[in-house]
Design a protein around this ligand. Structure first.
Ligand SMILES: [Zn+2]
Length: 621
C-alpha cells in the first residue's frame, strides 16, 4: 500500500508555502485540467454491486465516445465485462441529462448539443461476482476491482491523467500499484496505467519488506497461516534471484515499488501480471503443505518475472493494447513460455527448491510436451495467434479437441527456453545465456516504443548465441521441428530417458483422460485406443468386460496385456452402450538422471546455470 508516500507531502510547517503550492497547482489545473475522475460507491457491497461515476472533464466537441474494455490484459480472451453493467446514465456538469446511444457491444456515443467545454458524467452499476478470472469481486468483506472490467474510458482521454476515489467503508483500507496520495484515492498518468493497476479494498493483512532495492508490499486477503517470517524470507530470495537475471541491464530496476496482491481461498489458483503489481490466487493449503508451497513460489516467480517480460517489453502488435478487439501476436511463447522457463528455474537459483526436485519437474514437463498429440501438428507461433479462440477459450465444444490439436505455449515455450539457454551457454563458452537475450529486450524495447518483433528476438538470439541457433529457431517456432532436449540436458550432465515400466502392475492404456467416479471421459487421445474404438468425450464408463468399474479402473486393467480386446459398457446421453476396445501399451514417462561421469565442463555449466546450487548427495540411509 502506498499511503501518503512521496512526492505528495503536505507541508504543514510552512503554511504560506503550502498555500502557494496549492495556488500553483490550481493554476496549472486551470491550464489543462482535462482528465478522468472516477468515484467508486461501495455502499451496496453487501449485494455485490458497485456504482461507478466516471467524470470526463473539459470535454469539447459535439460528441464523446466512451467504452468498456472487452478483455483484460494477461488473459487473452474476450470476456465482455459489459454483461454485468446496468443503469447507465449520462449527464453534464450541472446534472442535466445528456442523450447517448450504444454504438457497439461495449461502446457508447454521447451527444453534446452546445459543444462547448464542459464535463461529461457517466454513471452505471456493476455486478461484481467474478473472482476466479480476477476481474471484479465485491462483497461485505472486500472489494477487488480490476479496472479493465469496471472503468469506462473515452478515446480522447485515454492518455490523460486519472484520479480515482473509493468511498471506503469504516475500517477499510485500499491498495494498488498506483500512487495513493490519500487513503482510498489513487492517481495514474493515464488510463493504460489504471487498467494495469488492480485495486483491493477491505481489511487485508499487509507484510512489507525490502528486497533487491525494491519496497515490496505483500497483501493477503483471506485465509493464511500468518508465517510472515517465511513469507519475507522466501519472497526476498525470489525477488533477488529474478532481479539478478537483469543485473546487467542499462535501465536498472523496472520499479522501486511492487505489490503482491494475494487472494487466498478454497480452490483458488493462478495469477496475473500488472505494471508494478500482481494479483495471485492460492488455495490456503499452500501454507500448510510443502509441495503446494513450492507451487506457490513458482507462481510468484512467474508473475514477478512478468514485471520485465510483458510489462516492460512486449511484442510489437500488443505494445499498445486494443481494448475493444482481439490483440493478435505470434510471440506469446516469449511472453508466457520463457516466463514459464524462469518460473521453474528461479526458485532453484534462489535456493527454495532442491535441484533434484527441479530435475523431476523438467522430466514431467518434457513428457507433457513431447507426448502431446499437438507436438507434431501445432506450432508455437500458431498456438500464440490462436490463443483467444483455442488456448484460453473455455468453450466446452473444444475442450477435448484442444488436447489433440494444439500445444501449450507455456510448457512448450518453457522447454524452448531451456534449449535456447543451453545452446547460448555452449556456443558462447559460458559467457552469455538466455539472461543476456532477456536483458537486451528489456534495454532495447521500453514499453510504448513499439515493441519487439520476431526478427528483433532472432537478432538478439544470434548475437548471444550464433546464426545457426537463430536459424534453428525458425523450425522450433514456425514449424514442428522437435526440440533437442536430450542434447541440451546432456550439456549440463543430465541424461534424459524413458522410465522402465516393465515392472508396473498396469501395462495397458485406454489413452484417455478421465474425470470423476465412475469415470467420465474428458478427452480421448488422438489415434489412441479409446479414440479408435469411438469412445467419446462425455461417455460414462460403467463396466469393463461386465465388471463394474466404479473407482477401480486401474485395478481392473491389471488383468490385461497390450493388444487384448475388451468390452466397455458405458452411458452416452442416458443410453447404455457396449463398445469393444483394443488396449494399447502404456506410455512410459520421461526421467532425468544425473550423469555421474559428466565432464568437469558440463558440471561447470550446470553450476553457472543453477546459480551455484548443487544437488544434495544421495543417501543410502
Ligand atoms: Zn504468465
Amino acid at each position: 500500500m502506498r499511503v501518503k508516500q512521496a512526492p505528495v507531502n503536505h507541508g504543514r510547517k510552512n503554511l504560506a508555502a503550502a498555500m502557494l503550492s496549492i495556488v500553483l497547482v490550481c493554476l496549472s489545473w486551470t491550464v489543462s485540467a482535462a482528465e478522468t475522475r472516477y468515484q467508486v460507491d461501495l455502499s451496496e457491497r453487501n449485494m455485490q454491486q458497485v456504482t461507478i461515476e466516471a467524470r470526463f472533464t473539459e470535454v469539447t466537441g459535439d460528441t464523446l465516445d466512451f467504452h468498456l474494455p472487452v478483455w483484460r490484459s494477461g488473459l487473452y480472451l474476450v470476456l465482455d465485462f459489459v454483461g454485468t453493467v446496468s443503469g447507465l446514465e449520462v449527464s453534464d456538469e450541472n446534472g442535466e441529462p445528456l442523450a447517448f446511444e450504444q454504438t457497439a457491444k461495449s461502446s457508447w456515443r454521447v451527444s453534446r448539443p452546445d459543444a462547448g467545454s464542459g464535463d461529461v458524467v457517466v454513471r452505471y452499476r456493476v455486478y461484481a461476482d467474478s473472482l476466479t478470472d480476477r476481474t471484479r469481486h465485491v462483497n461485505a468483506d472486500h472489494a477487488f476491482l480490476n479496472p479493465a472490467a469496471v472503468f469506462v474510458y473515452a478515446d480522447q482521454f485515454r492518455d490523460l491523467p486519472v484520479d480515482l476515489t473509493l468511498d471506503l467503508p469504516e475500517g477499510w483500507q485500499a491498495a494498488s500499484g498506483m500512487e495513493q496520495p490519500d487513503p482510498g484515492r489513487f492517481v495514474a498518468p493515464h488510463y493504460d496505467r489504471l487498467v494495469d493497476s488492480p485495486i483491493e479494498a477491505g481489511t487485508f493483512d499487509l507484510v512489507s519488506f525490502e528486497a533487491a532495492g525494491m519496497n515490496i508490499d505483500f497483501l493477503i486477503d483471506g485465509i493464511w497461516d500468518g508465517d510472515e517470517e517465511r513469507l519475507i524470507e522466501d519472497m526476498s530470495a525470489l525477488v533477488t534471484a529474478t532481479a539478478e537475471v537483469f543485473a546487467d541491464a542499462n535501465r536498472g530496476l523496472p520499479t522501486d515499488y511492487y505489490l503482491f496482491m494475494l487472494h487466498s481461498g478454497d480452490g483458488l489458483g493462478g495469477g496475473t501480471e500488472y505494471y508494478n503489481s500482481t494479483v495471485v490466487h492460492t488455495d490456503p493449503r499452500a501454507f500448510w503443505d510443502d509441495d503446494r508451497w513450492q507451487g506457490f513460489l513458482g507462481l510468484m516467480a512467474h508473475e514477478f518475472f512478468h514485471t520485465w517480460n510483458v510489462k516492460r517489453f512486449r511484442p510489437a502488435s500488443i505494445d499498445r493494447y486494443d481494448y475493444q478487439n482481439i490483440n493478435y501476436t505470434e510471440l506469446l511463447w516469449v511472453a508466457e513460455g520463457l516466463t514459464s522457463y524462469y518460473d521453474q528455474l528461479l526458485p532453484v537459483r534462489a535456493g527454495l527448491i532442491p535441484v533434484g526436485e527441479y530435475r523431476e519437474q523438467l522430466a514431467g514437463a518434457i513428457s507433457s510436451v513431447v507426448d502431446a498429440p499437438g507436438y507434431s501438428q501445432d506450432t508455437l507461433a500458431r498456438a500464440s495467434l490462436e490463443a483467444w479462440t483455442k488456448g484460453y477459450h473455455r468453450g466446452a465444444d473444444r475442450a477435448a479437441d484442444k488436447r489433440n490439436r494444439t500445444i501449450s505455449f507455456y510448457s512448450q515455450g518453457g522447454l524452448l527456453g531451456l534449449v535456447l539457454d543451453m545452446e547460448i551457454r555452449r556456443t558462447s563458452n559460458g559467457d552469455r545465456s538466455l539472461d543476456t537475450v532477456m536483458t537486451s529486450l528489456y534495454d532495447d524495447f521500453p514499453l510504448g516504443s513499439g515493441g519487439f518483433t520476431y526478427a528483433d528476438f532472432r537478432e538478439r538470439l544470434a548475437a548471444a548465441g550464433d546464426d545457426a541457433l537463430a536459424e534453428q529457431l525458425d523450425g522450433w517456432v514456425y514449424d514442428t521441428q522437435p526440440l533437442p532436449l536430450a542434447d541440451a540436458l546432456q550439456s549440463v550432465g543430465w541424461v534424459l530417458d524413458r522410465e522402465d515400466t516393465s515392472e508396473n502392475p498396469v501395462q495397458v492404456s485406454l489413452d484417455v483422460s478421465l474425470r470423476g467416479n465412475p469415470p467420465v471421459v474428458f478427452s480421448p487421445r488422438l489415434d489412441g485406443a479409446a479414440w479408435q474404438a469411438g469412445i467419446n468425450a462425455g461417455d460414462e464408463l460403467i463396466a469393463l468386460n461386465g465388471v463394474r468399474i466404479g473407482s477401480n479402473l486401474d485395478a481392473l486393467l491389471r488383468r490385461y496385456s497390450p493388444g487384448d480386446e475388451v468390452e466397455f459398457s458405458l452411458f452416452r446421453d442416458g443410453q447404455l452402450k457396449t463398445v469393444p476396445v483394443t488396449l494399447n501399451r502404456v506410455r512410459a514417462d520421461h526421467e532425468l538422471e544425473v550423469d555421474e561421469d559428466a565432464s568437469e565442463e558440463a558440471r561447470g555449466v550446470r553450476a553457472d546455470w543453477l546459480g551455484g546450487m548443487e544437488e544434495e548427495e544421495e543417501s543410502d540411509e
